[in-house]
Design a protein around this ligand. Structure first.
Ligand code: NAP
Ligand code: HSE
Length: 440
């Protein structure tokens, strides 16, 4: 059990990397400011790492660094655990143990909150401690707190967001400076934006974890990340950005969750063409943005840095200081954010991507000869897919090929996938290079 709390609150920090370094720095360098804002002295008692021999910035007081999680979990004088290690295991088990021991918890871990959030929140409530997770989605943007409090009166209709800083950084560099994919990724890693395994960023998995967290808060039910349709950015080529720009669009990786008829929710992460006039199209570099549409608030967009040491430290420290400010509150934490809405007890209904109605951009490499377009148009027509525009680009007399860029009016996803598979079989079609949804 956690000891009686005196004037001083002790923090056990799990992880001292990009984010943990920022949190340690804030605790050590801004102690006086923290005391002024909370009325308490907040001490960094222990910091957990894998390798204690490695030099660290900031340098911690002697004995504070440990590679043994028991030094935090079994220490009754650690009142608040801040987990910034990442990954589902062992972080998830550590959080469970911390909560079971009566410690408050702050985490930046979207994977743990997506996989175990509802169970951990229930445990926190039964233990009368807080579990806060602002940094788990949107980096420095206060979207988690916003959904949990200020927007709670709303029936949320949709969330449309850019919630992965690494992919937005890569897409911006590819679109603006024609930076090769690998170079842009290396830059994002060097800046501390990327996950330990950047595949999670590139393949949309990180965004799916975050959408699962935000969707859970918005729609008041767990949204398993496995139920989220997820598509990464690796198929995007420089010519897609060029052609999209000519058509008046930017290409962004969007994470979207929408309330559907009959109480269902559809959730998806994929690249999308976004009109250059829309605010989401203007979100550049490591910045994230979350557009929330509610019945009362209408449309709101929050914009800010979605990754990086300082922005994430802002979110983690905000949670930490809020816990410190209310640590004497005998009433315990507020109701569970995942389950206190109108859909309590109802089953999560997954709307498959097949039933999505969307406009599409398709890019094909075709033989440059008469009648090609007619053959493609016939197949699309048979699938009830109405063509909006066709442009022929980059004709290559040497190979006798050209790029065909087709956009459609809103059509059913399943029809488009079936038609495109048939188009790919045509003798005059060399390759179907890309299919990107257009988000109107
Ligand atoms: P990071 O730089 O890789 O740091 C991870 C830290 O955790 C390191 O200090 C590492 O120890 C320690 N650690 C990892 N596994 C451990 C284990 N099994 N036992 C003991 N220590 C362990 O990661 P990060 O970028 O700070 O991210 C941390 C968390 O914040 C993740 O959940 C991430 O998704 C989330 N987040 C990150 C950002 C961002 O911009 N980076 C933004 C929002 C949220 P060593 O130093 O010894 O290797
Ligand atoms: N890898 C994540 C990103 C860190 O790039 O957005 C912030 O969660």
């Amino acid at each position: 059990m956690t000891s009686e709390i005196g004037q001083s609150i002790n923090v056990g920090l799990m992880g001292l990397g990009t984010v943990g370094g920022g949190v340690a720095d804030a605790l050590l360098e801004h102690a006086a400011d923290i005391k002024r804002k909370t009325g308490r002295t907040v001490c960094l008692r222990r910091a957990l790492v894998r390798d204690i021999a490695r030099p660290r910035t900031p340098e911690l007081p002697a004995g504070a660094l440990t590679a043994n999680p028991e030094d935090i979990l079994a220490d009754p004088d650690v009142h608040i655990v801040v987990e910034v290690m990442g990954g589902d295991s062992p972080a998830g088990e550590y959080l469970e143990r911390a909560l079971a021991a009566g410690k408050h918890v702050v985490t930046a871990n979207k994977e743990v909150m997506s996989r175990r959030g509802p169970a951990l929140l229930e445990l926190a409530q039964s233990q009368h401690v807080n579990l806060l997770f602002e940094a788990s989605a949107g980096g420095g943007i206060p979207i988690v707190g916003c959904l949990m409090s200020q927007l709670l009166a709303n029936e949320i209709r949709s969330i449309r967001s850019i919630i992965n800083g690494t992919t937005n950084y890569i897409l911006t560099r590819m679109a603006r400076q024609q930076t090769p994919f690998a170079d842009a990724l290396a830059e994002a890693q060097a800046r501390g934006y990327a996950e330990a395994d950047p595949t999670n960023d590139i393949d949309g998995i990180d965004a799916a974890y975050k959408l699962s967290v935000l969707g859970g808060l918005a729609f008041h039910r767990p949204i398993p990340h496995g139920a989220i349709y997820t598509e990464g950015i690796s198929r995007l080529a420089p010519e897609d950005f060029r052609y999209a720009a000519e058509l008046g669009y930017a290409i962004k990786s969007l994470a979207i969750a929408t309330a559907e008829p009959g109480g269902a929710v559809r959730a998806r992460v994929h690249p999308a063409l976004v009109s250059e006039d829309h605010l989401l199209a203007k979100v550049e570099g490591v910045y994230n943005a979350v557009e929330v549409t509610g019945d009362l608030c209408g449309q709101i967009i929050l914009h800010g840095q979605g990754a990086g040491r300082d922005a994430t430290t802002s979110a983690v420290m905000g949670d930490l200081l809020n816990i410190v400010r209310g640590i004497d509150n005998a009433e315990g934490p507020p109701p569970l954010p995942f389950s206190n809405g109108p859909a309590e007890g109802t089953q999560f209904a997954v709307q498959p991507i097949d039933e999505l109605s969307s406009a599409y951009y398709m890019r094909l490499t075709c033989a440059d000869q008469a009648g090609v377009l007619a053959q493609i148009a016939r197949i699309l027509g048979e699938g009830n897919i109405s063509i909006a525009t066709v442009i022929q680009k980059d004709t290559d007399p040497g190979s006798g090929t050209a790029q065909l860029v087709i956009t459609t009016y809103p059509s059913r996803e399943a029809n488009v996938q079936t038609a495109l598979a048939a188009v790919a079989q045509l003798g005059v079609v060399i390759s179907v290079n890309n299919l990107i949804r257009i988000e109107e």
